[in-house]
Ligand binder design. Structure first.
Ligand code: SF4
Length: 240
């Protein structure tokens, strides 16, 4: 796609309904298209829209092995309720080998490497056959996401489509309430954003929705929505 065409579409998508962007993506990129989801409360609106798309779009879930059991139960609930087609992607290295090599707390010593092995590399593999992928990021979530566009050309030639990018947290909740969508089981305990169990804490007193992720560190992103996804492996020896 030429840059002019992308700019034209982005201008159009800036005010389009997310469902319109999803249907456009399905029409243009299936079968080489998927959506990625971490199956948390913030994901439920996008997954509901995916289930309403005119064409079936598979959903990729990265099973790091560190998820809360409640996340896996919520995933299965939404897959059944919305009739989603799920693709579970796992790290290349088994948990036993991973612990043998790095110990059982790499997430504390080197969370970037832990995220690389358990999230970024599996995602790189999952993207192998795809021309485009859909994500649920919003500009108001983190400074890294503040300039995201609805349609982004990645340096590897793929396209990333962010249908909710212009939405605020309030827009998201208006949609969730309007459609009476279920929340993640831990949401009522203050888990506003849910990732891997060792790196997620509840947020209290009206804090930022991602404040509970890697709290006490400067880390705010796992690497799926940064350049890390496109960079060469920093440690190739973990591969199976
Ligand atoms: S979020 Fe934490 S446990 Fe999960 S892959 Fe990243 S560092 Fe590891």
């Amino acid at each position: 796609m030429e840059q002019n065409e992308r700019e034209r579409l982005n201008e159009q998508f800036e005010t389009a309904e997310p469902q319109t962007i999803i249907d456009w993506a399905a029409e243009h990129y299936l079968p080489r298209l998927a959506v990625t989801s971490s199956f948390q409360t913030q994901s439920v609106a996008l997954l509901h829209m995916i289930s309403r798309a005119a064409l079936e779009i598979p959903v990729i879930f990265l099973d790091t092995g560190y998820h809360f059991p409640e996340t896996l139960a919520y995933r299965d609930q939404l897959v059944a309720q919305f009739g989603l087609t799920l693709r579970v992607v796992r790290p290349a290295v088994s948990r036993t080998d991973f612990v043998q090599r790095y110990g059982d707390a790499l997430y504390r010593r080197d969370p970037d490497l832990c995220c690389y092995i358990n999230k970024v590399e599996p995602m790189q593999r999952a993207l192998g056959d795809l021309d485009a992928w859909i994500s649920g990021i919003r500009r108001d979530q983190t400074p890294d996401r503040a300039h995201a566009q609805p349609l982004e050309a990645l340096p590897d030639g793929r396209f990333k489509i962010n249908p909710l990018v212009t939405w605020t947290r309030r827009d998201l909740w208006t949609y969730i309430d309007h459609h009476d969508l279920p929340a993640h089981p831990l949401f009522s305990q203050g888990y506003l954003s849910v990732g891997c169990a060792p790196c997620t804490n509840p947020v209290h007193d009206g804090g930022d929705e991602r404040a509970g992720r890697w709290s006490g560190t400067a880390k705010r992103e796992c690497g799926l929505h940064t350049d890390a996804l496109l960079n060469a492996p920093r440690d190739d020896t973990h591969r199976a």
